[in-house]
Design a protein around this ligand. Sequence first.
Ligand code: CP
Ligand code: NVA
Length: 311
Amino acid sequence: MQKSKDSTWNHFLSISDISKDELIYLINLAKDFKKNIISQEFKKKVLGLIFNKASTRTRVSFQVAMSRLGGTTIDLNPNTSQIGRGEPIKDTARVLSRYCDVLAIRTFSQEELNEYAKWSTKPIINALTDIEHPCQVLADFLTIKEHFGDFNDLIFTYVGDGNNVANSLILASSLLGIELRIASPKNFEPNHEIIKKSFSLNPKNQLKITNNPVEAVTGANIIYTDVWSSMGQEENKEDKDNNFDGFTIDKNLVSFANEDFIVLHCLPAYRGKEITDEIMESHNSKIFDQAENRMHSQQALLSLLLSRTCK
Ligand code: CP
Ligand code: NVA
């Protein structure tokens, strides 16, 4: 496979850091890794993981992906390093990037991530912030491509909180030219700046935002949801849940979708809240393929970043 010619980025902080060609390149590379038709060796290369929030999939899929590439991972727990005691990011980033070849960081503010990127001499990967979850959507679009073969004429509907996952889906769908419909309760719509950015990435962007889940799901090929309260925003969880009445992915809501529809969820899921157990376990659910694809897509991402920086 040919590498995209305009591959110039070093950090993966946002989906908007990459072009449409690069996104497609990464998805295809991930497919090749999954099928075992390519292999790449990055012996002695080290991935550092700094996670300020809990994680199962992202942490483990990065560790396994790095090990499949022949490298190793260091799990840098902020509570047992000086990070948790407030050492400035500009010092931490300069030191860790002398030891590690790439760093994946999960934290709260996007600004904190940007500060790491400013001072690190090695690639920084966004492993989730309050604003974006770009690694997740690499796996999401790999899952969609596997299922539908291409991205043409698909209607993609996200139902739920206008959060980090929704934001990254907005940017990626805009790059790929996919019709994305977002149904969120009033006051829980996605970030305005992200919406603006999605139109600057692609003026023909087909994003539609509504407060009506039935309208959004009607004719959809892909139905996606995520938790109603993201990590770090759980203080008024019960109150917040009341606003999401009618936004559960259940048998009634999916009955409005196209007959070939699939259901996606980035996980972890709260059954009975944003999605029912019945739909999660149905044959339309590709949720566990999607979770597996985190590993293949991150293997592709690591391989691309390491091949550029570790000559
Ligand atoms: N989807 C996802 O990022 O899961 P984790 O929080 O378990 O990493
Ligand atoms: N929006 C969720 C995603 C978890 C993978 C959160 O930020 O908690």
